[in-house]
Design a protein around this ligand. Sequence first.
Ligand SMILES: Nc1nc2c(ncn2[C@@H]2O[C@H](COP(=O)(O)OP(=O)(O)OP(=O)(O)O)[C@@H](O)[C@H]2O)c(=O)[nH]1
Ligand SMILES: [Mg+2]
Length: 552
Amino acid sequence: MTALVQGARRLVGRGDGVADRIDGLEEAVRSGRGRLPDDLVDEAEAVLDRAGSRLRLSGDHTVVALAGATGSGKSSTFNALTGLELSATGVRRPTTSWTMACVWGADGAGALLDWLGVPPRHQVRRDSSLDRPEDVRRLEGLVLLDLPDHDSTEVAHHVEVDRLVAMADLLVWVLDPQKYADAAVHERYLRPLAGHRDVMLVTLNHVDELAASRREPMLADLRRLLAEDGLGDVPVIATSARHGEGMPVLEQAIAGQVKEKKAVNARLMADLAAVAGRLDAVVGDGKPGDVPRARSRELVDSFADAAGVPTVLRAVEQSTRRRAAAATGWPVTAWLGRLRPDPLRRLHLDLGSRDRELTATARASLPAPTQVQRARVDGAVRALSDEVGAGLSPPWAAAVRRASTARLPDLNDSLDKAVTSVDLGVSRTPAWWRGVRVLQWLLLAVAVVGGLWLAGLAVLGYLRVAGPATPEWRGLPAPTLMLLGGIAAGVVLGLLCRAFVRLSARRRARAADRRLRAAITEVTERLVVEPVQAEVEAYRATREGLSAALRR
Ligand SMILES: Nc1nc2c(ncn2[C@@H]2O[C@H](COP(=O)(O)OP(=O)(O)OP(=O)(O)O)[C@@H](O)[C@H]2O)c(=O)[nH]1
Ligand SMILES: [Mg+2]
């Protein structure tokens, strides 16, 4: 809750809803900024500003503005109500060019008049020490404003009227028989203020100039026009500011509002409701979808494809096979395999975890995504944002779409980082590889010993020297058995291991796939899913705020 709303709560207390509405609208403005049309959000902010300021100022005073066309009799009405000839009136001149204010009794209107922008030289007071106390008491707390005309050729007049019509707590529209039907007042002011019927009065002035028979039909016509503006319940009072007719009725209507002190809140409620209603129409009440599983899976697939994961996995499998063959193959031929380049090394992905930390900035030399891969990514992102944004109003669906692609320029970098950060698990040497290796060398040693033995026997035979008897096993001499058996067992063991190596390589590729996908899922979350979800959250917050602002 902002200081503004806290202040408002203190001033108006709970329960009457103004503070809750301000709170709600503030939330909607905060969450809607950048997503909804700026002019509308600015307008809501201006209303919030005005509401906050008005609530901090005197709640004992009610600001009543007399507004209308030139010559309708605003200044005459002002003079009649104040009982003073304060405001200059005139058939042609003087037209009111600056706002006059009259304050009845109750001290403390200074700050309010400052806020209204009425300089002290245009202010007067009806004070019980100077005036008749009962006259003052009747309207105690009233701040009456005589505005310039709204249909002047002077731009400054319009600006002043618009400014004060937006600030006053109660509006009295002074109309006259000539111009009461003018589009200027109905279209520009009355219709847009349709939600303000509780803080509005209308007078048909100059009735003394009307023949008795024309009064009622004209009043009926005026009521019809007001009903068309959406202001059917607004009280219409027939007045003659010059001769005093109807003035007591007007005065009583104003006095009632001033006494009740409800106009301040009613005006703010109407302002808040009006702008919240306009925001509501733009925001809509659609239900945003959550990010569907199938869509996020397709997103991860497309990112993995763009990251070259299939290439990496192939390399993992081949590299594992190559390393395993070197470890478990027959030692005499196994070294040949090492001469072939390691496919992972070619991709710069052969680093162990320690090396990787040392070269955190190292880049994989995976090929950049092809156009087809890029198109698949774009398609997956669009499908996701379309599905989440379906059912949302156009500006919000557009915000979701914008958010879904906003971080894609980082795609290549992020994928590269993700792939290089994953431990592909290729550098580990399983225990069975080591066992087989030891066995292979033992077998080779047996064959070598057998071979040397045979060579020794051959030398002795050549020299015709009788050596010790050669041990035999099932008719086969031991050295022959050792040489042939050692070689055969080594080769067979190497071949047998190949099948296991293939399995093990595939398992490693699968494990690497899981780890790579986990890393790439994080990338999809960061680049696409989270920004989209942030929009959905902002939408929900805006919706909630607006509901609070519009709650009846
Ligand atoms: N007959 C008659 N004349 C009126 C009445 N009200 C005002 N007038 C006259 O109409 C003329 C214009 O009145 P103002 O009170 O100056 O009108 P205004 O609305 O303040 O006009 P601007 O300041 O120009 O916007 C003056 O000559 C008034 O005396 C009325 O009820 N009956
Ligand atoms: Mg005037």
